[in-house]
Design a protein around this ligand. Structure first.
Ligand SMILES: Nc1nc2c(ncn2[C@@H]2O[C@H](COP(=O)(O)OP(=O)(O)OP(=O)(O)O)[C@@H](O)[C@H]2O)c(=O)[nH]1
Ligand SMILES: [Mg+2]
Length: 329
């Protein structure tokens, strides 16, 4: 996923189709001077629909499609012919997309399954033709209903990546490296902060053909919730993960303190993130010496932890075991 191709937020102006007008036609032909009402109904206006498609990973295909208009319904006509229904427009989105109303902020729907669809804006109903209004006391109704008007709505589509495990850590902690060694993903890795600018996903193969999905997101730093670094907008991608894997390098000054800073940033973003199960991985353990590690072990947060090294492979199997266990608890 090249950085510019990852789009996780789009605002789209949606407009449904108007319902067709009902017809107020009165039947006439060669032999009938004064036939009864035979005006047909108008067709329904087109809907704007969102549908989940597992072949999409981002919202990039919607980036430049700022307006979505569904078709209007056709008008009813003589001989009780109903107007054609307006054309529906379907917006295909990746799984994990949330649609919100831009004005009220209210969540309209959440698409998590392939093929799952939801009507964002409903098309107007078609008007009834005069044929429907005939009665004993009014045998020639010269009126019909108009169709319902178009409905407009600005919708925000937001992608929240669906993964089982989300990686949380400071920049340069080794998150991308870990993802690259436990999965087939090829994220960018470099020895400077903020290498990763967009989330990366990888499928981690576990024993017996089982697997889970891991998400690597850009690093967060103290004050990220105030906009420092890349900010915390990427944290929306770990909102859905069931387990958060904290990554703190073994050569950091105080692991517990760094962990608390990360935890606090998550809390500032959304306190519900703290309800998730947490695992701690102390990365780059090949850089620290044994004595130091034993010392560090005395002061670690009270969650499952493991020392790992993505370079030598130490602890990776153990880490997968812990993650799998926590995922299935
Ligand atoms: N010695 C050692 N170096 C590591 C290990 N894991 C990662 N590194 C190095 O640490 C540096 C940063 O690694 P990344 O994986 O890019 O770190 P990141 O957490 O993804 O960083 P950002 O994307 O900037 O947030 C790279 O130079 C890696 O080679 C490890 O287990 N041992
Ligand atoms: Mg990275």
């Amino acid at each position: 996923m090249a950085s510019t191709n990852f789009v996780d937020y789009v605002k789209t102006f949606c407009r449904s189709g108007a319902g067709g007008r009902g017809s107020a036609h009165l039947h006439r032909d060669k032999r009938t001077m004064k036939g009864g009402p035979d005006g047909g109904d108008g067709g329904r206006g087109g809907n704007v629909i969102v549908r989940g498609n597992r072949n999409y990973w981002t919202l990039i295909h919607l980036k430049y499609q700022r307006h979505v208009f569904a078709g209007d319904g056709g008008n009813g006509s003589e001989d009780r012919s109903t107007g054609a229904d307006g054309e529906d427009v379907t917006i295909e989105v990746p799984l994990g997309t949330v649609a919100r109303d831009a004005e009220t902020g209210e969540t309209i729907c959440e698409i998590t399954q392939d093929g799952e669809s939801f009507i964002l804006v409903k098309g107007g109903r078609g008007g009834l033709g005069n044929w429907n209004f005939r009665s004993a006391t009014n045998q020639t109704p010269r009126f019909a209903q108009p169709g319902e008007p178009r409905v407009e709505r600005t919708v925000i589509l937001e992608l929240k990546v669906l993964a089982d495990v989300g990686l949380v850590g400071f920049p340069n902690a080794g998150k991308s490296t870990l993802l690259s060694v436990v999965s087939a993903a090829k994220p960018e890795i470099a020895n400077y902060p903020f290498t990763t600018l967009v989330p990366n996903l990888g499928i981690v193969n576990y024993r017996d053909g089982r697997s889970f999905v891991m998400a690597d997101i850009p690093g967060i730093i103290e004050g990220a919730h105030q906009g420092k670094g890349l900010g915390i907008r990427f944290l929306r991608h770990i909102e859905r993960n069931s387990v958060l894997l904290f990554l703190v390098p073994a050569d950091s000054q105080n692991i517990h303190q760094e962990y608390n800073i990360l935890l606090n940033e998550l809390k500032q973003y959304n306190p519900e993130l703290l309800d998730k199960k947490r695992v701690l991985a102390i990365s780059k353990s090949d850089c620290a010496d044994k004595e130091l590690m034993a010392e560090m072990e005395c002061d670690l947060p009270d969650i499952p932890y493991v020392f790992i090294s993505s370079v030598t492979g130490t602890g990776l199997t153990e880490l997968k075991d812990i993650l799998w266990k926590v995922l299935n608890e």
